[in-house]
Ligand binder design. Structure first.
Ligand SMILES: [Zn+2]
Length: 82
């Protein structure tokens, strides 16, 4: 018969190693986030916005009916990152 205490310590060991992995992953994510630049919130990294984007506010009928070539995003100047 297996000792219940040995099972408990086994679970605790595997849990603590899991936590160590989670902490390491979180640190990696933090490093990546710190180094990466922010995507432009206006064009979401595309560098382009629909033509008329700056003339008409979004969610207006005039805006959604515009069907022309996109223009350069003015927020990031077409780069896509800020
Ligand atoms: Zn942009």
């Amino acid at each position: 018969m297996t000792d219940i205490l040995s099972i408990e310590s086994e679970i605790k060991n595997s849990l603590s190693s899991l936590w160590r992995e989670i902490v390491e992953i979180r640190e990696e994510i933090y490093k990546v986030k710190k180094n990466s630049k922010q995507l432009c919130p206006v064009c979401l990294g595309h560098g382009l916005v629909p033509q008329g984007f700056y003339l008409y506010p979004p969610h207006q009928e005039t805006y959604s009916s515009i069907n022309a070539s996109p223009e350069k995003c003015r927020t990031c100047n077409g780069v896509g990152i800020t």
